[in-house]
Design a protein. Structure first.
Length: 568
């Protein structure tokens, strides 16, 4: 640093003064021009032009990103505003002869001088990785607001605000690091210009899901009992973010005993909860909306299904009407080519809806109480029971039509469990809990030999209803048959799983606990978290846009799990 006399002189133009400070802050952070270019999503030559004062940043959002990246506390924004006003260069640094120095300077002394100074500018120390202390030109007010981003322990005798430790500029609350480490498929990016968006989140898709996109704004929060209070210091920015129609999440970051936790609130729900507290806007959310595998799984599934179905809403409605002719047939197998313009999730919804209506029509004619078989293995498939608008009503109607308890068999091999992320296993568990809440006894086999069995309803040894849309060759395959070979195959499969079910137990709580153990999910945690979420419902966490998506199944499943004994 001593090889070049870095002097800030009063006669410099505002753009050269801005470039000077950008350069000094960049070097103090140990960043090269290429590093800064990568972090601000511009070219290396553009950073050169900034620092030379030849061509300053054009818009405020660009300056805000540079300011955040370099930890300038708003000082760069003020310098940039001077360019637009055409201000002269005098008056921003108390002593223009000060150089960036490599001599050690007491942090307490420098901060105390800043607090006592009447000038707007101050040179403050930054300690580099090798222990060298450098002086960096910063705005005095920014220094007093946030300790100038100096990562040091509290300084004795100084007011608390002056000794604040500021974390990474790119991820000030650690949200991006925590989220991407917790959910490997999640992708976060910082948009430029940001238009009020801190992070753009790309949720992963699946075997049929297409992926989804969320806009995020992250703010500090505090815990007050069972609620989280999120502070929104910039009212204009918050309102701009929350007023847009796209899917958005407000994220509150709170630290308890050194552990950071994050809480999510749907943007539309947050918009109606904005309240002023003194000079600050705040939004209150339930602590139950903590982001973990339960809430992330719900966000993931609802967002994926909701966005895909909303995207094809009109075409899906027209296609469903066009396919009504198949309802008059007792047997049909419809390929996806019958609806070539629809996405894979729309195909799933059509197949699920058709199969549900096919079974309900055939149930009254079955000669005795049937056994059900379903092909869902993963959370992606099973979450349809929780989210598709027709699935929960279908379960209730089948229970009512039968007038008795029934059984439903699943084949979930161990390899499927091992390869499924935890949040998908939770969704599978909740789907089964929803069935158990209606008196449907779930039975499980891990034998891969049963993976190819189609979805069916069988009156043992007498008649069978085939209704399959999961992992089939087309959108659906349905039939009603008394053919002995088919009925016999289904009867044997249902009896085998019933006789040797992985979840065999005399009570629903026993069966669900056995399922949780097989899926490697902590039982007491499931009871606790489902109970917390059930008290508030999931609508504030995520609100659906498509009329074909409903959170009623999610809420019913969580409420039922919460009612089970934790020490069973």
């Amino acid at each position: 640093m001593g090889q070049r006399p870095n002097v800030l002189t009063p006669d410099q133009s505002p753009q050269h003064r801005l470039g000077y400070v950008i350069r000094e802050l960049r070097e103090a952070r140990g960043l090269s021009m290429r590093d800064l270019a990568a972090k601000t999503y511009v070219s290396h030559s553009k950073v050169q032009r900034w620092e030379n004062g030849d061509r300053p940043p054009k818009d405020r959002s660009e300056v805000e990103l540079i300011d955040q990246t370099l930890g300038a506390g708003g000082f760069l924004i003020e310098l940039w505003q001077e360019i637009g006003r055409g201000d002269s260069g005098a008056g921003h640094v108390s002593d223009p002869a000060l150089y960036v120095s490599d001599t050690s300077l007491g942090l307490a002394t420098a901060l105390s001088q800043a607090a006592a100074s009447d000038s707007e500018g101050i040179f403050v120390p930054r300690r580099l990785d090798d222990g060298t202390v450098v002086l960096v030109a910063l705005d005095r007010r920014a220094l007093l607001r946030a300790g100038a981003g100096i990562t040091a322990a509290s300084v004795a005798g100084l007011p608390t605000p002056a000794a604040t430790v500021v974390s990474s500029v790119e991820d000030p609350f650690g949200f991006a690091r925590t989220a991407t480490e917790s959910w490997s498929g999640l992708r976060l990016s910082r948009p430029v210009p940001n238009f009020g968006v801190d992070w753009q989140a790309l949720l992963p898709g699946g075997r049929s899901m297409l992926g989804s996109q969320l806009s995020l704004q992250v703010h500090p929060a505090r815990i007050e009992g069972s609620r989280v209070v999120v502070s929104l210091p910039d009212q204009r920015r918050a309102e701009e973010f929350l007023s847009r129609p796209h899917r958005s999440l407000l994220i509150g970051a709170a630290s308890t005993e050194g552990i950071s936790k994050f809480y999510a609130l749907d943007g539309r729900a947050a918009r109606g909860k904005l309240a002023r507290n003194g000079g600050m806007y705040e939004v209150t959310a339930p602590a139950a909306y903590e982001l973990d595998d339960l809430t992330y799984g719900i966000l993931w599934a609802v967002s994926n299904y909701d966005d895909a179905l909303q995207a094809d809403d009109q075409a899906l409605s027209e296609t469903r009407s066009d396919l009504k002719a198949y309802e008059r047939l007792s047997s049909s197998a419809v390929s996806r080519e019958a609806a070539p313009g629809l996405n894979t999730v729309a195909h799933m919804w059509l197949g699920s809806d058709f199969c549900a209506r096919h079974i309900l029509k055939a149930l009254p004619d079955l000669p005795e109480l049937p056994a059900f078989w379903t092909r869902e293995q993963r959370g992606e498939e099973a979450s349809a029971w929780l989210i598709f608008d027709h699935k929960y009503p279908y379960l209730r109607e089948t229970t009512k039509a039968l007038g008795s308890t029934s059984t439903r068999a699943f084949c979930v091999p161990e390899e499927v469990v091992r390869s499924s992320p935890r949040y998908e296993r939770i969704l599978l568990f909740l789907a089964v809990a929803l069935m158990e809440s209606l008196g449907i006894q779930a039975q499980f086999t891990s034998d891969p030999a049963y993976e190819s069995v189609e979805g069916f309803v069988v009156a043992p040894d007498k008649e069978a209803v085939i209704a399959n849309w999961v992992r089939g060759d087309g959108m659906w395959h349905v039939d009603v048959t008394a053919r002995s070979s088919v009925v016999r195959e289904f009867t044997i499969a249902a009896r085998d799983v019933h006789a040797d079910s992985l979840t065999a137990a005399p009570t629903a709580a026993g069966r669900l606990r056995a399922l949780a153990q097989y899926l490697d999910l902590p039982w007491s945690w499931l009871i606790q978290r489902c109970g917390q979420l059930a008290r508030y419902g999931s609508s504030g966490l995520i609100q659906s846009r498509s009329r074909l998506v409903s959170a009623a199944g999610v809420d019913a499943a969580c409420a039922y799990v919460a009612s089970l004994p934790a020490d069973h």
